[in-house]
Design a protein around this ligand. Structure first.
Ligand SMILES: NC(=O)c1ccc[n+]([C@@H]2O[C@H](COP(=O)([O-])OP(=O)(O)OC[C@H]3O[C@@H](n4cnc5c(N)ncnc54)[C@H](O)[C@@H]3O)[C@@H](O)[C@H]2O)c1
Length: 260
């Protein structure tokens, strides 16, 4: 199948990895709606698109279904029908680093609504019309901690802003749920031309302290943390026609951390 350029909605597009994805996807010729609840970061990311004009920033909260419906209208107006949805938005909460035993339920519900219900609503709004048209792709961004448990030992002494860098149970639970949703939708829309896959990033270097980087790197087969472009390349593959026979899969990009 010939590769064609796509109109792509990328949530969390203003973030650390979203910015790398915007660069990669626009450099491949796709039109990218860079969606974030933070318009300033979405704008910065869209401005980094190359060639200019293929990235455009939109402010939207993925946990608000009405806002997603408005987003769809705005993107269609600017770029035309949406061919690909990439769900990368994920959030922390006010008490994100509380121990599991006392983790507030309000925080649990809030993170779940953004990290899991958000992608489900995005799939309703953008994936449904793809199925009607008989063509489309969805890529959900998971985490190794939705696939494997964190090794608590590597967080010893590795602090970030005074907290252990470790992620809480809600993060694992929301990402594991997103993997379940990915497989379900791959099956649900499989005969209607909509492919649904996931990319699971391992730990990506973003200035973590030396102790953590050493601990983490030692847990991988390749002996280092990942780089943003390595995630963007995997996402671009699953978004493109190059992966036309791939659905229901989770492409784990973690330097081998979960394989031994
Ligand atoms: N960076 C890593 O090492 C790593 C590792 C594994 C998985 N991931 C996953 O990759 C994705 C991107 O991670 P990142 O490191 O770029 O994080 P990030 O925090 O830099 O980016 C996430 C973006 O999502 C946006 N966002 C949060 N809540 C939103 C909402 N309700 N509506 C719309 N936008 C919202 C934020 O404003 C932010 O720009 C996330 O799903 C994350 O769980 C990252």
């Amino acid at each position: 199948m010939a590769n064609s350029t796509k109109t792509i909605v990328l949530t969390g597009g203003g973030g650390f990895l979203g910015t790398a994805m915007t660069k990669k996807l626009t450099s491949d010729g796709h039109r990218v709606a860079v969606v974030d609840r933070d318009l300033a970061t979405a704008t910065l990311s869209a401005n980094g698109a190359y060639p200019n004009g293929l990235g455009r920033a939109y402010s939207c909260d993925v946990s608000d279904r009405d806002a997603l419906v408005d987003l769809k209208k705005a993107v269609e107006n600017d770029f035309g029908e949406v061919d690909v949805l990439i769900c990368g938005a994920a959030t922390k909460s006010d008490n994100f680093f509380e121990p599991f035993e006392t983790f507030p339920l309000e925080d649990w519900d809030y993170v779940m609504r953004v990290n899991l219900t958000g992608p489900a609503m995005c799939a309703q709004v953008f994936g449904g019309p793809m199925a009607v048209r008989g063509n489309g792709a969805i890529v959900n961004i998971l985490s190794i901690y939705g696939v494997a448990a964190p090794d608590q030992r590597i967080y010893d002494g590795a602090l970030y802003e005074g907290h252990k860098i470790n992620t809480p149970a809600i993060y694992s639970a929301s990402k594991a749920g997103l993997w379940g949703l990915t497989k379900y939708l791959a099956s649900y829309w499989g005969d209607q031309g909509v492919r649904v896959n996931a990319v699971t990033p391992g730990g990506i270097f973003s200035g973590q302290n030396d102790k953590f980087v050493d601990n983490y790197s030692a847990r991988t087969m390749v002996g280092r943390m990942g780089e943003p472009h390595e995630i963007a390349d995997a996402v671009a593959y699953l978004a493109s026609d190059q992966s036309s026979y791939v659905t229901g899969q989770n492409l784990i990009v973690d330097g081998g951390l979960t394989a031994w």
